[in-house]
Design a protein around this ligand. Structure first.
Ligand SMILES: [Zn+2]
Ligand SMILES: [Zn+2]
Length: 511
């Protein structure tokens, strides 16, 4: 009735009197009207009313700090949160135990939100503005994924609340995507068709700024494990009997360094020797190199071939055999321009968090201790258009989603300005009110954007048409061969080592 009254009021009394003769028809039309602005306000109010609960979920995940594919406790907290608010949660999607799809509603449009919840090795850190680990050497949330996952889930829940309250039909999904930093679950979720049928995917990532980004800003990527196999021998008394796998790796490295000069500037190649031999007086018969090869979508296959030639050169010159294993590979992220603009419009409506003085002081202390300018917390709204020239850079497995559904990312203002990702400074603010405020603002913007998409089918069509053009230009074709699956045990032993030491510091969510 409230909706109907608002609508009648909006019509004006003159119109109302003129329509008196056909009142039954008017009434039935009015009942179907939805006040989408009120729906937005209700979603925002819902988030404000659940701040404590949502913050406790983010803090719990922060304290668990589980590495890729080991996010058993973290995914369980999000599952419980989503179930509490009426979502049907399917765990273990695409063959990954910590991957999930939570669904509410039926029919179209289908709006999806992403969430990640994996931590990074070695970045354990207390919520203090100076470097001090909770457990020395243990994992920590250095990319803010505790906030990322909770932002996505909170957005889905708030949207569902508003849709239910205002009789809006459609489907809301939350995609829980594990191991972003390592195994990149989204590759396998996309390949298994998990995102198919989703009209729009709204992504978020904590950042040192408040930003919506359009176009292509990330590289396509391949993660490779290269194993050289030689023959061991006494390095002093009979080196001529040995075939050194380390020689192969070194020659590979030299070849790569020469190759760089002749690669297009969009490439990035970096590698480490993960296993370099057992002892200097033994000719190493096994050496393992881990390498990233990055480039644009169109150049990556060619760049990879050239890199592989360097591997072959190392093997040939040293007399070793070699094996190259593709662990993961994904595309550049093609952010939907129409969607990014809509996100930005909602950033303008919602605005920045109101930072308290203590929060600014905390942020400045972190900045001071990291050798950065003491400029405090994010204080402006940024819309980043597509780059005039793509010059290369980092990567995200959201790239894989961007070729199967329209997607854009909101960067949520959770970190002090200038603080880089994958640092102790990010972990330090990740369970404070700074991170919580950024998370809440993020959920408000994403939920409001979703309401706009439902309210205006033309807007949704624009987003989908743009995606249609992209699909024609770059049809989705996974880089990973069919036989390659997620490496689920990548961090199993590492996590098993840390869990008992971290358990005393776990914080449980207030669910
Ligand atoms: Zn990261
Ligand atoms: Zn991240």
């Amino acid at each position: 009735m409230r909706v109907m009254w608002k609508w009648l009021r909006a019509c004006g009394i003159g119109v109302l009197l003129m329509a008196m003769a056909s009142l039954p028809a008017l009434a039935s039309a009015a009942v179907t009207q939805v006040d989408f602005e009120a729906a937005k306000s209700d979603a925002v109010a819902f988030l404000d009313g659940h701040t404590e609960e949502l913050a406790s979920v983010a803090d719990a995940i922060w304290s668990y700090a589980e590495l890729g594919f080991q996010e058993f406790k973290s995914s369980d907290v999000l599952k419980r949160l989503l179930e509490k608010y009426g979502f049907k949660v399917e765990m273990g999607v695409a063959g990954m135990p910590t991957a999930m799809v939570a669904t509410w509603g039926s029919g179209g449009p289908v709006i999806g939100f992403t969430g990640e919840y994996d931590a990074l090795p070695g970045l354990s850190q207390k919520a203090v503005p100076y470097k001090e680990p909770v457990v020395e050497g243990a994992p920590g949330h250095g990319c803010g994924h505790n906030l990322l996952g909770t932002t996505g889930a909170a957005s889905a829940i708030a949207l569902k609340h508003a849709m239910e309250k205002h009789g809006i039909s459609g489907t809301v999904k939350f995609f829980g995507c594990p191991a972003e930093e390592s195994g990149s679950a989204k590759i396998f979720m996309a390949r298994e068709g998990i995102f198919d049928g989703t009209d729009v995917v709204l992504d978020n990532h904590p950042a040192n700024k408040f930003e919506a980004e359009s176009g292509v800003h990330t590289s396509a990527l391949m993660l490779l494990r290269i194993t050289f196999t030689g023959k061991s021998a006494h390095a002093g008394s009979a080196p001529w009997d040995g075939v050194s796998a380390l020689d192969a790796a070194n020659i590979m490295g030299v070849a790569v360094e020469y190759l760089r000069e002749h690669l297009y500037f969009t490439n990035r190649i970096h590698y480490i020797i993960q296993e370099g031999g057992a002892w200097p007086n033994i000719v190493p018969d096994k050496v393992v190199v881990m390498a990233y090869v990055r480039d644009t979508d169109d150049r990556l296959p060619e760049t990879y071939k050239k890199f592989e030639n360097c591997v072959k050169a190392g093997a040939l010159a040293s007399g070793c055999s070699y094996d190259v294993q593709v662990i993961k590979a994904y595309h550049q992220k093609h952010s939907n321009d129409a969607l990014a603009k809509l996100i930005y419009k909602n950033m303008e409506q919602i605005g920045l968090p109101e930072w308290a003085e203590e929060e600014q002081s905390f942020a400045k202390e972190v900045q001071k201790n990291m050798g950065k300018d003491q400029t405090g917390l994010p204080d402006k709204l940024i819309f980043t258009p597509p780059p005039a020239v793509f010059t290369g850079g980092g990567s995200t497995d959201v790239g894989e989603i961007s070729l199967v559904a329209p997607v854009a990312t909101l960067r949520t203002p959770c970190w002090p300005k200038g603080i880089p990702g994958h640092s102790w400074g990010v972990v330090a603010v990740g369970s404070t009110s700074i991170g919580h405020k950024g998370m809440l603002i993020g959920a408000k913007v994403l939920t409001s954007t979703a309401v706009d998409l439902i309210a205006d089918p033309e807007q949704l069509k624009k987003v989908k048409d743009e995606f249609g053009e992209l699909s024609e230009r770059i049809p989705y074709q996974p880089y990973v061969p069919k036989e390659v699956g997620p490496e689920l045990d990548m961090f199993e032993s590492e996590m098993a080592k840390w869990r008992p030491l971290m358990e005393p510091h776990y914080v449980e969510p207030k669910l």
